[in-house]
Write a protein that binds this ligand. Structure first.
Ligand SMILES: [Mg+2]
Length: 171
């Protein structure tokens, strides 16, 4: 059965920004080590990659589509050049106060993975927020939290992408 890495975007693949919007090239930066280590993961292990990201207000005046897609697509093309491709990318556009089931830790955008055919117990959510850890709990996967805090509820807490590779190598 297929194993999946559910990957958060901002704070996990791209650096988080002060206003939580990657809407200008000056705010576009990869997390250290993500390209090297994710390409090693893809080369060495058999995981399907699924991106699950909240982009608050995407498509509204606070975050117009034309400020999002060029940088999102630039990220995808840089990753694809290193062999890193996603089988699925799910974007929730709501705000926390909307309490939407599509928003992490809700699983409504990921229902297709809850049926047979996927080994969720040996799959992972990788992210930088507690909502990513809670998503893992709701999906029945393990979690890897990128955080400097030591006492986190995640299955694994790491401070680098090299550590993420090591965890996946042992799994
Ligand atoms: Mg994040």
């Amino acid at each position: 059965m297929k194993r999946i890495l559910f990957l958060d975007r901002d704070g996990t693949i791209l650096k988080e920004t002060d206003d939580e919007l990657v809407d200008h090239l000056s705010k576009f930066e990869f997390m250290p080590g993500v390209i090297t280590n994710l390409s090693r993961v893809v080369r060495d292990f058999d995981f399907e990659l699924v991106m699950i990201t909240n982009q608050d207000g995407l498509g509204t005046p606070v975050f117009p589509e034309e400020k999002f897609w060029p940088l999102h697509n630039l990220m995808l093309s840089v990753l694809a050049g290193e062999g890193i491709t996603f089988s699925d990318i799910q974007i929730d556009r709501t705000y926390p106060q909307d309490l939407a089931l599509t928003r992490k830790p809700g699983t409504a955008l990921l229902h297709k993975y809850l049926g047979d055919g996927y080994n969720l117990k040996e799959s992972y959510v990788i992210g930088d927020r507690l909502s990513d850890v809670q998503l893992a709990e709701n999906l029945g996967t393990k979690s890897i939290l990128i955080s400097e805090k030591k006492n986190s509820p995640a299955t694994f807490t790491v401070s680098s992408w090299a550590e993420i590779y090591s965890i996946l190598a042992r799994s």
